[in-house]
Design a protein around this ligand. Structure first.
Ligand code: ADP
Length: 471
């Protein structure tokens, strides 16, 4: 079986969020079980070609986009497993710039629709011209949402599967943009209630199978939670071939025992390195190295949905109880300003690093006691999984993948603190309980060890994908 996996971001080459982590690790988990896995993604200007040994190939092509004919070229490397092929599509006009989706000020590129139309047409061209062979085409999120329809037109025997990593992002495009697409595609598109088009919904309509990244989130979508009426009708229409498969994690890259970014290593049987990482982390972010103080970590895109309005309300109260907070994130300037203000009010208790910082993300996972993830909704969430592995106890809202992966604490079971409904009181109560347990050394140790015993490797989830590919 030849699998082609298409994604707008793939770790470690390019990353804005969890999609990159999945696109970087799932194909490698599939590789031992199939004939070939080829990942296709754009070659963004920021990708370091030398570092990843990305080679040019003879394969090139031209794409017609409206009145323009635009060239592309294929480049390649192999992933760490030495089996998974990573193909990069280059195009000076659309991808040579830095940034995956946005300018450096966070503003989305004005030509994003064109960029990802082009990317998808290039993928289609590579497949239909025979340069890449495929039996199952696995598309991810709206940047690849038109491929299932385009494949159905050109090569209907290829099986298409589409994974929704976040239903919030539709990739809306206008009727004007439609004119850029091939004539065969235009009449088959559906107009939304807003008079435009949604790449995400097109994928839902035209894929053979649709998945999302946790069973809990699949149920929420089918129940219409955070879904408008028009989209709901289109999701419910595919209920029989829609399912949720929880994301796995790369257990070598995110391993407390061998993490390349943390100064000390540790395991559930010897946690001394975790304390040393805590000290290193506090010093690194400029907080006093008080090892008795409970430390809450947070690594997140700065968007309202990740729960920042709730967190912000509770910071002063919990600092007065002796807690420390370390935030790493980029995104909304308003949320960044609030976190900056809070760190100025409490310079010894709150640190905020405004940016994208992979090494610091690992140190926060390794050195914090608790991980704050009170998302209003969360399709799967990866940081709570990394946290469990590093014995950093997650505090999560019971929603989507968070509800599926964190078991609520009781005196002798559970792996984290889970609250509902999504409001201030429920979060406050959950953090209070967390502090109480934190101060009871034996209860805390068993909780940490239970969390670290959980298995979120890709194995089980990869098998579920293979089952779908084979259906
Ligand atoms: P989402 O995909 O909604 O952003 P996930 O929890 O699924 O949320 O995945 C987020 C991924 O991005 C995690 O690997 C997380 O560590 C990483 N990440 C998010 N923000 C940052 C940041 N500022 N610096 C480093 N890594 C980050």
């Amino acid at each position: 079986m030849d699998i082609v996996f298409v994604s707008a971001e793939v770790a470690p080459y390019s990353k804005a969020g969890g999609l990159a982590d999945v696109a970087g690790s799932l194909p490698q988990a599939l590789a031992p079980y199939v004939d070939s896995v080829q990942v296709l993604t754009p070659l963004y200007g920021q990708i370091d070609r030398n570092k990843y040994d990305i080679q040019s190939s003879q394969t090139t092509g031209e794409i017609e986009l409206g009145d323009d004919t635009i060239p592309y070229a294929l480049h390649h490397t192999v992933a760490d497993d030495k089996k998974t092929k990573i193909g990069f599509i280059s195009c000076d006009r659309f991808f040579a710039r830095d940034g995956i989706y946005t300018e450096s000020d966070g503003e989305g590129f004005k030509d994003n629709n064109l960029r990802f139309f082009f990317f998808q047409l290039a993928v289609l061209d590579l497949i239909t011209s025979g340069h890449i062979s495929v039996e199952v085409l696995h598309c991810n999120d709206h940047h690849t949402g038109l491929l299932p329809l385009m494949m159905k037109i050109k090569m209907p025997h290829v099986k298409t599967i589409f994974t929704i990593h976040n239903f919030l992002y539709h990739g809306h495009f206008s009727t004007g943009d439609v004119n850029l697409l091939p004539d065969t595609v235009k009449p088959l598109l559906t107009t939304t209630q807003w008079g435009n088009h949604s790449a995400l919904l097109e994928a839902i309509d035209h894929s053979d199978l649709v998945t999302t990244v946790s069973p809990g989130y699949a149920l929420e979508l089918l129940a219409g939670i955070n879904v408008d009426e028009h989209s709901l009708a289109r999701i419910q229409a595919i209920e029989t071939h829609f399912s949720g498969i929880v994301n796995g994690i790369d257990t070598e890259y995110w391993s407390p025992e061998i993490d390349q970014y943390t100064p000390y290593h540790f395991s559930k049987d010897d946690l001394s390195g975790k304390q040393k990482n805590k000290e290193a982390l506090l010093l690194k972010v400029g907080l006093s190295p008080d090892l008795e103080a409970p430390v809450f970590g947070s690594i997140s895109r700065l968007v309202e949905n990740k729960g920042f309005p709730l967190i912000n309300e509770l910071l002063d109260e919990y600092v007065s109880l002796g807690a420390k907070f370390i935030f790493l994130g980029s995104g909304s300037p308003d949320i960044a300003a609030e976190l900056r203000d809070a760190s100025r009010r409490h310079p010894q208790h709150i640190a905020f690093d405004d940016g994208f910082n992979e090494p610091l993300a690992h140190l926060i996972e390794a050195g914090s006691d608790m991980f704050l993830m009170p998302s209003r909704f969360e399709p799967c969430g990866l940081n709570q999984l990394y946290s469990l592995r590093y014995g950093t106890i997650p505090i999560v809202h019971r929603t989507g993948g968070l509800g599926d992966t964190v078991e609520p604490w009781t005196t002798d079971s559970g792996t984290g603190f889970v609250f509902e409904p999504y409001d201030l009181e429920a979060l406050r109560k959950s953090m209070k309980t967390a502090l109480k347990v934190y101060h009871s050394k034996t209860d805390w140790l068993s909780l940490v060890q239970r969390a670290m015993s959980m298995d979120f490797s890709w194995d089980q989830s990869a098998r579920q994908y293979l089952h779908l590919y084979n259906l």
